[in-house]
Design a protein around this ligand. Structure first.
Ligand code: FO1
Length: 305
């Protein structure tokens, strides 16, 4: 079975890792949100791409889910001493990724080519594709004005109340090489348990991606368990936008593109109000076994559709 996943950061990376444990590498393509990308300290940072790649490579920090395992922060500590911006914690090993990516981008190489080469260097055999090679920047409209995503997420700790979102650059962004081809050849599309507003919507907004999904079996895994998110501000965003955060709200969010939905046992009561086939299971991924087991449930649901 050929699968394409749409992924944001930590939650997306974990499910992609579960799928990678079950599928041959050539049968899994991971399309990753780049709306969180930004320039910091003169470097091009692509947090979700790195989180997915590090996770698949077994290099991710197990505590945070992002950044590198066995990381040190000597550069950051010295930057702090000089009074430089230290709100975005870039580790020493991680910095090598940003430095080399920035160097190659400045030479005119594409983000997808650079990501392919990095994956090869890290031993990641599944294609990991940025959603687009053109810059798209998620902007968060808040009560304190419009904020660039990392400014809102990390610097302001998601505190300002959200009023809406804008994906700057989306009008001219094209799907990266291989994205539409992978979707076309896929037997199923898996929408990872990532933030619908800021991780999955930017991918769906890239020209041609949403319409390519219309002909496909698309299964989403809820990022909400018992009204809360495992990580990140999705539940807070729903509340601030006037929607009660729930598994049901996620199915409404994605609407017609979905053919199936996976939700947690604690939310089993919602299944009767969902008009598409569902799988009620444990969706909290605390360890490798949970990742594999959820991935198996997702594949089983796709097979029954
Ligand atoms: N998230 C934080 O909450 N604080 C950080 O200092 C931080 C640094 C960081 C460095 C590299 C990287 O790839 C990711 C990093 N993240 C950090 C995570 C990231 O900002 C978000 O998790 C994603 O953008 C949302 O998916």
């Amino acid at each position: 079975m050929k699968i394409v996943t749409l992924a944001g950061g930590v939650g997306g990376a974990k499910l992609a890792d579960g799928l990678a444990q079950l599928l041959p590498p050539e049968n899994l393509t991971i399309v990753v949100n780049t709306g969180d990308d930004f320039e910091h300290l003169g470097l091009y940072i692509s947090p979700d791409l790195d989180t997915v790649c590090y996770t698949l490579a077994g290099l991710a920090n197990p505590e945070t889910g992002w950044g590198r395992r066995e990381e040190t922060f000597h550069v950051l500590e010295n930057l702090q001493e000089l009074g430089g911006p230290d709100w975005f914690r870039l580790g020493d090993r991680d910095l090598a990724t940003h430095i080399e990516r920035t160097r190659r981008l400045r030479e005119g190489q594409s983000l997808s080519l650079i990501t392919r080469d990095f994956c090869q260097a890290w031993g990641v055999r599944q294609p990991v594709l940025p959603m687009s090679d053109q810059p798209v920047r998620t902007m968060v409209d808040t009560e304190d004005g419009e904020l660039a995503f990392q400014e809102y997420f990390v610097h302001r700790k998601c505190e300002p109340k959200v009023k809406g979102f804008r994906f700057a650059g989306i009008a001219t962004a094209l799907p990266a090489t291989g994205v539409l081809e992978a979707i076309e050849h896929a037997d199923g599309i898996v929408v990872c348990p990532s933030n619908p507003w800021v991780s999955i919507d930017p991918i769906l907004a890239v020209a041609g991606i949403r319409s390519a999904l219309a002909a496909k079996l698309v299964v989403a895994v809820s990022p909400i368990i018992g009204g809360q998110t495992v990580k990140g501000p999705a539940a807070k965003m729903y509340t601030e936008l006037g929607v009660q955060p729930s598994a049901l709200a996620i199915t409404c969010h994605y609407g017609k593109i979905l053919s199936g939905f996976v939700l947690d046992r604690v939310d089993a009561k919602f299944a009767q109000n969902i008009s598409i086939p569902t799988c009620v299971t444990n969706i909290l991924m605390k360890n490798q076994d949970d990742r594999r087991s959820l991935a198996q449930d997702v594949l089983n649901l796709i097979q029954t559709l």
